[in-house]
Design a protein around this ligand. Structure first.
Ligand code: ZN
Length: 97
């Protein structure tokens, strides 16, 4: 028989992910997912469910700028993000903040 604290712990179990820029672990829904599409282009995944290698960033402009400019996102996603793609990500991502 479960006591109240065990039941609460079970209910509160939610997936957590790490922001690739600031490395903070957060609840998945507080982060925005980026996905590498077949072909190497990277897109903001608003559904959070697209197939492909994914990475997460906080809903904070600093993290988008740090993640996109520092090359960390490219490292995590194992791809090269060109200038256009980078601008598009920054625009689409920061629109969601
Ligand atoms: Zn962050």
């Amino acid at each position: 028989m479960m006591n109240t604290s065990q039941r609460t712990a079970f209910v509160k179990h939610v997936p957590q992910r790490t922001c690739v820029a600031c490395r903070q672990v957060k609840v998945k829904r507080e982060l925005i997912r980026l996905v590498r599409l077949p072909g190497g282009r990277v897109e903001v995944d608003t559904s959070g469910k697209k197939a492909g290698r994914g990475a997460y960033l906080c809903r904070a402009r600093e993290c988008w700028e740090m993640g996109l400019k520092g090359g960390r996102l490219e490292y995590v996603l194992r791809t090269n993000i060109d200038h256009d793609n980078r601008e598009q990500l920054l625009r689409n991502g920061t629109n969601l903040l």
